[in-house]
Design a protein around this ligand. Structure first.
Ligand SMILES: NC(=O)c1ccc[n+]([C@@H]2O[C@H](COP(=O)([O-])OP(=O)(O)OC[C@H]3O[C@@H](n4cnc5c(N)ncnc54)[C@H](O)[C@@H]3O)[C@@H](O)[C@H]2O)c1
Length: 630
């Protein structure tokens, strides 16, 4: 569409994030059971009306009657609605002002609420087409103008037929009545608007959807406040990543494709060609070969802890940032550690096996409470520190040993050496990281240094403990029991045999590397990694990235942000700045960080720069990836 069309903008859940009737209910209805009942009924009727499941006029009358509103409540309702004004319309206030005669609001809501709110966007009262409320002389709400076309089903279509508005017209809205306008041929285009809500009944019938007003403008070939349309970036999430990630992307205005399983290399190479953002878990391997085909890939989300499945160097060489979730399952590991320490000190592994075999034996030997016992934590990092807090809450005395200087939490005591810790602990729990020097950190000497009758827990890494030495310490009766979640060699796939000789040992609690696997951890990983990817796309922030320098940046609303990843060679920043100055760009802020063989420069510049500037920066030698945000 070459010329600027006439815009018909819906109000509820499009220009504002809220539904007017729900806001009216929030302001007017009491905070009690009856209020809650009426609110729920209003929400139900709103959704049903939006999706064309009940007659609009009927739903409207019933909802207004449920409100018990007075005229005096109007300002409070307006203030609440104004607070939810859509960010993307707000950002495009200049466009709306420039094209004011072509911007119309078409809503089945009420002008008493809409006019003051859209005035903030510079939209004049005569451009608003809406119903009016009717109040009695005592100020009580009586209803609305029932004779108005907008009080009926199909009201937008009926009203538009009576207005003599110029063509071509574009309808932007989230609801059924907006779709009807286009289907009646009264608008050349309809954009199902998803910045705030996604109504599936509308989306399946709409030819186009847009998560922001910028996307609408971009699709129409017009220039809005932001230069890149989010819907053009393809986001693909594999391996059943938690829906919390999908929600985060939707909330930020991105569409998402999901695939339940992992993809093998061939399938991945085929699928990845047009993908900008890929989310994987541990089963999808992003090899150098796959990354070579990923020409549009900007960022990878590893929705898990480890990143071994990704060729990080190959990704870095292509300017592809990789994010993971190192801490999302910390609490899950800690809870299992506590549970296992309790089970071991009670001697429960043997009891569980006896019950399994049908043996009823109430003799418990030296079953102990954890209260007052000493827990030795080896590795006082994220997990070790949180375990410290929970163990103290359960009444344990906590001592710890860490190679690094770590502040003691609560009344925990730092021990000068591993052996000093072992000599005092009733239970030892290992939470060191996977560095090579930690191989066989626990051998015969360490088990021997533990207190007689004490227990050992390893939820860290399989290579940390010598299991033959552990078995000897158990056989001699020196140690009471142990819990292992990680093993020197672990089966590759679910269902593969676990053949370790210790597997039927009645003094052990064995689990298949599930210390961090809980629903809560999955949900947190989805939300956390999803948000890191969105921050990177929207602001250039690399905080939490594993293969590029970390820069944390605020969103920059009044500038264009140029983000540039490059091979860390002398002179790159100077070349970028030469290009900026040669093209007369006004730099509002600049950030640089280098790490190893990669450098990351962010330049915030005034909006007015020539497109040739972008080509000039792209042509700077050693450029790995260049993006323009906003
Ligand atoms: N079982 C599971 O499912 C599961 C889940 C998550 C994490 N983990 C493992 O748990 C371990 C701890 O994770 P985290 O997030 O707390 O790591 P972290 O990096 O936050 O903490 C590790 C700590 O160990 C210390 N350390 C390293 N070597 C040491 C040594 N030889 N002696 C004393 N201190 C030493 C480090 O200084 C650091 O403070 C890691 O090995 C991780 O792989 C297992």
């Amino acid at each position: 569409m070459a010329e600027t069309p006439l815009f018909l903008l819906d109000f509820d859940s499009t220009l504002v994030a809220a539904e007017s009737l729900e806001v009216m209910a929030d302001v007017c209805l009491p905070d009690d059971a009856e209020g809650a009942r009426r609110r729920a009924r209003i929400a139900e009727l709103t959704a049903a009306g939006m999706e064309g499941r009940v007659d609009f006029g009927v739903a409207l009358r019933e909802r207004l009657a449920l409100l018990q509103m007075t005229r005096a409540q109007l300002p409070a309702i307006v203030a609440r609605l104004a607070a939810t004004l859509s960010p993307s319309f707000r950002a495009n206030r200049a466009f709306l002002a420039e094209h004011a005669p072509r911007i119309h609001v078409l809503s089945s809501g009420f002008r008493e609420l809409i006019e003051p709110v859209v005035a903030e966007l510079g939209i004049a009262a005569q451009q608003v087409h809406a119903n009016t409320l009717r109040f009695g002389s005592d100020g009580a709400l009586l209803g609305c103008d029932e004779a108005h076309p907008l009080a009926q089903a199909g009201g937008k279509v009926a009203l538009l037929r009576t207005l003599d508005l110029p063509q071509p017209r574009v309808m932007v809205g989230d609801g059924w009545s907006d779709l009807e306008v286009a289907e009646a041929g009264l608008a050349e285009r309809f954009y199902a608007y998803t910045e705030h809500v996604r109504r599936s009944a509308v989306l399946v019938r709409a030819q186009r959807q847009a998560a922001s007003f910028d996307e609408v403008l971009h699709d129409l070939g017009l220039r809005g406040a932001h230069s890149y349309p989010k819907s053009k970036l393809k986001v693909l999430l594999l391996e059943n990543i938690h829906p919390s990630a999908v929600e985060a992307f939707h909330a930020a205005g991105y569409g998402v494709e999901t695939h339940a399983g992992a993809l093998d290399e061939a399938a991945l190479i085929e699928r990845i060609a047009d993908v900008a953002v890929i989310g994987i878990r541990s089963k999808t391997r992003l090899t150098a070969r796959v990354l070579e085909q990923a020409r549009r890939l900007v960022v990878v989300g590893a929705f898990c802890i480890g990143t071994n499945q990704i060729d990080l160097a190959a990704a870095r060489a292509r300017g592809i940032a990789v994010f993971n979730a190192p801490y999302s399952n910390t609490r899950s590991v800690v809870e299992l550690a506590i549970a296992e320490i309790i089970l071991l000190l009670r001697g429960l592994p043997a009891k569980l096996r006896q019950m399994d075999q049908g043996i009823w034996d109430k003799s418990v030997g030296p079953a102990r409470e954890v209260r007052g016992k000493t827990l030795g934590i080896v590795g006082y990092g994220s997990i070790g520190m949180q375990l410290s807090v929970l163990a103290e809450a359960a009444g344990m005395r906590v001592i710890y040993h860490d190679l690094a200087e770590r502040l003691a939490l609560g009344t925990a005591r730092r021990m000068p050496s591993l052996h000093a810790l072992l000599a005092e602990s009733d239970a030892v729990s290992v939470h060191v990281d996977g560095r090579a020097e930690n191989r066989m950190l626990f051998g015969a000497a360490e088990f021997a240094a533990m207190r007689p009758g004490s227990v050992f827990v390893n939820l860290a890494r399989g290579h940390v403990a010598d299991l033959d030495a552990l078995k000897a310490a158990l056989d001699s009766g020196h140690l009471r029991g142990a819990a292992l979640d990680v093993f020197p060699e672990e089966p590759a796939r679910n269902g593969d045999a676990f053949t370790h000789p210790l597997r039927s040992d009645a003094r052990l609690l064995l689990t298949p590397h599930i210390g961090g696997s809980t629903l809560e951890a999955q949900e947190d990983i989805g939300r956390y990694v999803g948000q890191r990817l969105i921050d990177y796309l929207d602001t250039g922030s690399t905080e939490g990235a594993v293969n590029v320098p970390a820069l944390r940046l605020p969103p920059q609303a009044s500038a264009h942000r140029l983000v540039h990843l490059h091979a860390n060679q002398p002179g790159v920043l100077a070349r970028i700045n030469e290009a900026l100055s040669a093209h007369g760009a006004n730099i509002l802020g600049q950030y640089l960080k280098t790490e190893g063989d990669v450098g990351y420069v962010i330049s915030d510049v005034d909006r007015d720069y020539s497109p040739a500037l972008l080509d000039a920066i792209r042509a700077v030698p050693h450029t790995l990836r260049f993006r323009v945000l906003y």
